[in-house]
Design a protein around this ligand. Structure first.
Ligand code: GDP
Length: 461
């Protein structure tokens, strides 16, 4: 990867009216450019300003002598800046027009426009940040809640890097031993024991598995579970939905088939957010409007991540219930079977539900009995029970994907070593796993990967 050479500039604050705007210039000619366009009051020279100092002065077009704004200039000297290069930041009045004019002035005086995320990319290329830390900068900017900000901060502090580094170091040490053994058989080196290989690989596998699992659970907590409440008319779907939501949302009536549209809402079940849709039943019907509801319901069932299938426990199962059970069996996705109206006494034969592999529980949507069991069942299904969201370490799919590829190779290496394959073959697999881990932290990321990461940034960061 070649280092950046040009001096770049960009507006680092949003292009909107505000109290202040900041134009950032970074690169070997940053101070030269700043000196051309910024005149400090009191005759100070920008080129003589030490790092971490600022000056008050006028932004002036050297070509015409026209003053654009009064502003503050802050100077950072390499390597002690965000990018690791000489950097100047002009804090001017926050008008869109003024900011654009100053940016143009920079462009006419030796700078080129920075690409998306270019400042952070330079910080990465200059060793100021690891790739995962750079990604966390973006996560901090886009964090919308305390939870996501906290996990972005943990990555920023280097916790992910340290964890991956720990796993990698042990694998590299093992690789060293294997290489010596394979390359210098005549040297009488102590043999690498199969147990040592197996225990190092097992340890790395279980650590990566935990990181991946935590990421998946964290994602569920952050994004919520796309859930469908299914069941024939009148079993209590709307009532259950209203109970989960805590207020009256859908129309509850005694007439079958009243919930014709798909209603979507978000409800909290313990720690988990459910994105709920209460759909019409999936029975055969001649009613055109209802048919539409039924096909929508089927579509939603095939797309969702969790099905809460509701049956009326006070009545025996009928053909419509069995139709739903058949559908569920076919879908084979995480399902909780709710035997509703438990307050009325049971008529249903729960033996009919065997073979679906779903959790079955009794509940009364009307009085809320059994909701705790429902909460527990869902969090068990998604592995979020007892999960500490603070422990989420991966920030995005890219990182998880690298870890998954490393894991896959380590598992194959484990199998290979157990089934007596040559140490050469095992070495190649471990080596490839280490490469994936280095891609994760950015130590060995290809230029394309780095570009892809930074292309998601905004200009000016
Ligand atoms: P949906 O058509 O499946 O959405 O069913 P609704 O939620 O509209 O409920 C149909 C009827 O069953 C209404 O009269 C509800 O009050 C009643 N119902 C729903 N849940 C319960 C429950 O847990 N116990 C009792 N006793 N009645 C319920």
């Amino acid at each position: 990867m070649t280092g950046p050479v040009s001096t770049v500039c960009a507006v680092s604050t949003p292009l909107a009216e505000g109290g202040l705007a900041v134009i950032r210039i970074s690169g070997s000619k940053a101070l030269e450019c700043a000196e051309k366009i910024f005149r400090p009051f009191g005759g100070k020279k920008v080129s003589e300003m030490p790092g971490y100092t600022c000056a008050y002065g006028k932004v002036t077009d050297p070509a015409s002598g026209k003053v654009l704004d009064d502003a503050m200039l802050t100077v950072f000297r390499a390597p002690k800046s965000y990018t690791g290069e000489d950097t100047a930041e002009i804090s001017c009045h926050g008008g869109v027009f003024i900011t654009r004019q100053i940016l143009r002035l920079c462009l006419r005086n030796g700078c080129t426009q920075a690409d998306r995320g270019e400042f952070t990319k330079r910080a990465f290329l200059n060793g100021k940040l690891s790739l995962t830390q750079a990604e966390s900068v973006m996560d901090m900017i886009s964090a919308r809640g305390e939870q996501s900000l906290r996990s972005a901060r943990l990555v920023r502090e280097g916790r992910l890097f340290d964890r991956i580094e720990g796993i990698k170091k042990r694998l590299v040490a093992l690789l060293g031993e294997l290489a010596a053994w394979v390359d210098y058989p005549e040297e009488d080196l102590p043999a690498v024991s199969m147990e040592a290989i197996d225990s190092t690989l097992s340890e790395a596998v279980s650590q990566l598995e935990k990181l991946i699992r935590d990421y998946d659970s964290g994602m569920i907590l952050r994004r919520g579970i796309d859930t469908v409440i299914a069941g024939k008319p009148n079993v209590g779907k709307s009532t259950l939905m209203n109970t989960l939501l805590g207020y009256e949302r859908s129309i509850v009536t005694d007439a079958a088939g009243t919930t014709r549209d798909v209603i979507e809402e978000t409800a909290r079940l313990g720690e988990i957010e459910l994105k709920l849709s209460d759909t019409a039943g999936i029975r055969d019907t001649d009613d055109k409007v209802e048919q539409l509801g039924v096909s929508l319901a089927k579509k939603r069932l095939s797309e969702c991540a969790l099905v809460i299938a509701v049956f009326d426990t006070s009545l025996p199962l009928d053909s419509e219930d069995r139709e739903l059970l058949r559908e569920l069996k076919e879908l084979a996705k995480p399902t909780v079977i709710v035997l509703n109206k438990s307050d009325l006494g049971a008529e249903i034969d729960s033996g009919e539900f065997s073979g679906i592999g779903a959790r079955i529980l009794e509940l009364s949507a009307k009085n809320g009995e059994g909701l705790d069991e429902l909460t527990e069942a869902v969090s068990e299904l998604f592995g979020t029970s007892g999960f500490d969201a603070d422990s989420t370490i991966f920030a995005n799919e890219r990182q998880k994907d690298c870890a998954e590829r490393a894991l896959e190779r380590l598992m194959t290496a484990k199998q290979a070593s157990a089934s007596g394959e040559t140490l050469d073959a095992v070495t190649v697999l471990i080596d490839s796993a280490v490469a994936r881990l280095m891609e994760l932290t950015g130590e060995k990321a290809s230029e394309a990967v780095v570009d892809e990461v930074f292309s998601k940034f905004c200009v000016g960061k």
